[in-house]
Design a protein around this ligand. Structure first.
Ligand SMILES: [Zn+2]
Length: 115
């Protein structure tokens, strides 16, 4: 129960930060700053992978995932009925005019044609 709540919190945080592909865990992750203290003063700030804790060296390049690129990839793959030219919305139902069957906006179909 506790861990699932924590995980949900992480997802919310991830939406606002830049993603990168972690060289250690190969996951789409984000940077967490870890402070190292020397007494009460901050001796060093290190960039670590928020998922696996991999520590980046100072000179190491972090390859951020381009948000735009991600978006385009999603565009190509989404073949939802709501984006199809055969999809029509009636006040009481949603229909595919090609098959004349009832569909939902998030249905997918091999005969998808982008409108
Ligand atoms: Zn990692």
């Amino acid at each position: 129960m506790f861990t699932s709540v924590k995980y949900y919190g992480n997802i919310l945080v991830m939406k606002r930060v830049k993603y990168f592909i972690c060289p250690a865990c190969k996951e789409k992750s984000f940077i967490e700053m870890r402070k190292e203290y020397d007494g009460f003063t901050v001796a060093a700030e290190k960039q670590v992978c928020a998922l696996c804790g991999y520590e980046f060296k100072e000179e190491e390049q972090i390859e951020y995932v381009k948000e735009k690129q991600l978006f385009n990839d999603d565009e190509k793959e989404n073949k939802f009925c709501r984006d199809c030219r055969y999809y029509v919305v009636h006040p009481w139902t949603q229909k595919c005019t090609l098959t004349n069957k009832e569909v939902t906006a998030l249905d997918t179909c091999p005969r998808f044609v982008r409108r």
